[in-house]
Structure formats: structure tokens, C-alpha cells
Design a binder for this molecule. Structure first.
Ligand code: SF4
Ligand code: MG
Length: 333
């Protein structure tokens, strides 16, 4: 599998303020992120709300102009592309949002919504487009008759299928799913995750799957990146991350998932406090105020994301936790 997307030291800082008080401040939403994504691979992106994962997802598609850093898509640095060059590349990279009710135009029929990407990119005759819309509905498991109905006539899960159909219309290579299943019931969540997995196999789609819930991410991801306050703190193969988390924050997130394994229960770290504000992130390691292992070094010096046991596992911590003896998740001992 070759690398599809390569991100290097990406920063997305928003200058805010002005107005009556003339107060200016900077939100460090994404603060130096690097990773690679291979063709057909799924990277889960998790972290508490406000950690910058949605901003990162949008920055990758250049829905925001990045403050600094590189985003290479198939070897081309897209941060350098003009809006016109970017428009044609948009076919290759698409996004599915959390709330399909907001992202689907309620005055248009499903048929019109799904036809739109073809019209924008000047593809096909009216008859061909109608056929393509029918094929898209087949693909996402909706009846062809759905084309003549309106989004509000469908359930939340069905609307998300429509959102996915629209996103895959132009056969993209990259799909960013931003909390795409978070608003759905658990049973519907797994149906949508299964649909994404099927589409991924059929289309060799690379997926960035953003969620705040680790248990959802686990089933779809090949690798998982854990974010904290604008940075990736740990990046590993999905199984490896669950079995042997090395960053105290990751371990705290994982220990919050109930498992019937007493050995894992003993390793529980209870987090206190909330994620600090991205307006004035703490010095050194951003996690030091909540970390039970923090030392002076953690207060003063920011840890780099470094490789630890095995090339695929990276962690940003001065004192990574010892690897845990591997016990398959969910297996009582
Ligand atoms: Fe905790 Fe220090 Fe590691 Fe940060 S660098 S996670 S404060 S031990
Ligand atoms: Mg979000």
C-alpha cells in the first residue's frame, strides 16, 4: 500500500477577537501534527471534545487555509494549490459530517442532492446522472425510490447513508468521517460502520474516522491516533493501542471502557479536570496538569512524538508507561 496522505507539522491557529474590547487572542486548535495515511487504510482519530480533531479533519481537506505545515496528497503539497486546482482535487477527498440533517439541503429531493456533485464537476448527461444516483442508492442500501423523497422523510441512520452516498459519488480516495456515527443509536452506528467498511473494500477508500468514543473507533480503524489539545500524543496499530497503551492519557481513556479483565482494572487512571483551553495551552507537555506522573521536566519541556517498541507505535511522553502484558480485550482471566 502506498502513502496517500502525508502530513507534516501541520498547524491551524485561529486569530480571534477585536470588537468592542479590542482584545485579540489565538486559538491553537491544531499545533504541530504529523502522520501518514496509506491508500485504503483507516486511521481513527480520538480525543475529548475541543482537542482539535474536527479542525484537523477540515484542515486536511483545506476547508481552512492551514497556518503552517505541509499536506501532501499523492505526493503533491496541497497547501500550495490555488483554489481552482483545489476544486478539481476535491473529487478525491470528501467529508461526511456528524449531523446529516444540517448538511443535506432540506428543500432538495435526495435525487437532486446526489446529482449535484456530478453537475458541479460537469459529469454525464441527465439520463446518465439519474442512473448513477440509482446506483449510489443501491450502494448505500437505500431503495431507488428514495430519490424522489426529501431528507426529512428518513431516519437519522438513513440520512447518514444519504450523506455517505453524496460523499462517495465522485469516487474519492479519501473520506473524512467527522463524528459520522456519534449522533446515532448504537445498533444503527454499527450498521453505518459496516457500510463504511464494505465501501472501503470495494473502492479502496482511505478513511479518517473521527470520534470521541474509543470503542467505536476500534472496530473500524487499522491504526489510531489519540489527540490532546491540538497534538497527537500516541499513534499505534489499533490492537496494539488497546492492548498496550504507552501514554498516560491513552491509558486513562482506555481504562474508562468497561472490560471484564481484573488486570486491566488495576491500571485504571482517573482523570481529573477538563481539557485546558486551546487559547493558552499549558507549557511543556500539554497534559501535565492532569497527569499523575508529571515531573519538572514535563512542566518545562514538550515531549516529541517518538517511536517506542516497534516502528508502528509512537508516543509523545517523557516517561512512557511500560508495555502491558498482552491480554486479548474482553477475555476474562
Ligand atoms: Fe505525563 Fe510527563 Fe508523559 Fe506528559 S510527558 S504524559 S506529563 S509523564
Ligand atoms: Mg468535533
Amino acid at each position: 500500500m502506498s502513502v496517500l496522505l502525508s502530513v507534516r507539522d501541520l498547524k491551524q491557529h485561529f486569530k480571534m477577537g477585536g470588537g468592542f474590547l479590542r482584545k485579540h487572542y489565538t486559538v491553537y486548535a491544531v499545533d504541530g501534527i504529523s502522520f501518514d495515511l496509506k491508500q485504503g487504510e483507516t486511521l481513527g482519530l480520538v480525543g475529548e471534545s475541543g482537542c482539535g480533531k474536527s479542525t484537523l479533519g477540515r484542515s486536511l481537506l483545506k476547508l481552512f487555509e492551514p497556518t503552517a505545515g505541509q499536506i501532501s496528497f499523492e505526493g503533491r503539497d496541497i497547501t500550495q494549490l490555488s483554489p481552482k486546482e483545489m476544486r478539481s482535487l476535491r473529487q478525491e477527498m470528501q467529508i461526511v459530517f456528524q449531523d446529516p440533517a444540517e448538511s443535506l439541503n432540506s428543500r432538495h429531493t435526495v435525487g437532486q442532492i446526489l446529482e449535484e456533485p456530478f453537475i458541479i464537476h460537469g459529469k454525464g448527461t441527465a439520463a446518465q446522472r439519474r442512473e448513477w444516483v440509482s446506483e449510489l442508492l443501491d450502494k448505500v442500501g437505500l431503495p431507488r425510490s428514495a430519490a424522489d423523497r426529501y431528507p426529512h422523510e428518513f431516519s437519522g441512520g438513513q440520512r447518514q447513508r444519504i450523506g455517505i452516498a453524496r460523499a462517495i459519488a465522485l469516487k474519492p480516495k479519501l473520506l473524512v468521517c467527522d463524528e459520522a456515527v456519534s449522533a446515532l443509536d448504537v445498533s444503527v452506528q454499527s450498521q453505518i460502520v459496516n457500510l463504511l467498511l464494505t465501501l472501503q473494500q470495494e473502492m479502496n477508500l482511505a478513511i479518517i474516522f473521527i470520534a470521541h468514543d474509543l470503542s467505536v473507533v476500534k472496530h473500524i480503524s487499522d491504526r489510531i491516533a489519540v489527540m490532546y489539545l491540538g497534538r497527537i500524543v500516541e499513534l499505534a496499530d489499533a490492537q496494539q493501542l488497546y492492548l498496550s497503551p504507552r501514554h498516560p492519557y491513552t491509558q486513562a481513556l482506555i481504562s474508562a471502557i468497561p472490560v471484564p479483565d481484573p488486570r486491566r482494572r488495576n491500571q485504571r487512571i482517573l482523570l481529573t479536570g477538563d481539557v485546558p483551553s486551546p487559547i493558552s495551552p499549558p507549557s511543556g507537555c500539554h497534559f501535565h496538569q492532569r497527569c499523575p506522573y508529571a515531573t519538572e521536566l514535563c512542566h518545562s519541556t514538550s515531549p516529541e512524538l517518538r517511536v517506542c517498541d516497534g516502528l508502528a507505535h509512537q508516543v509523545a511522553c517523557h516517561f512512557p508507561l511500560s508495555p502491558v502484558e498482552a491480554v486479548p480485550l474482553g477475555k476474562a482471566v
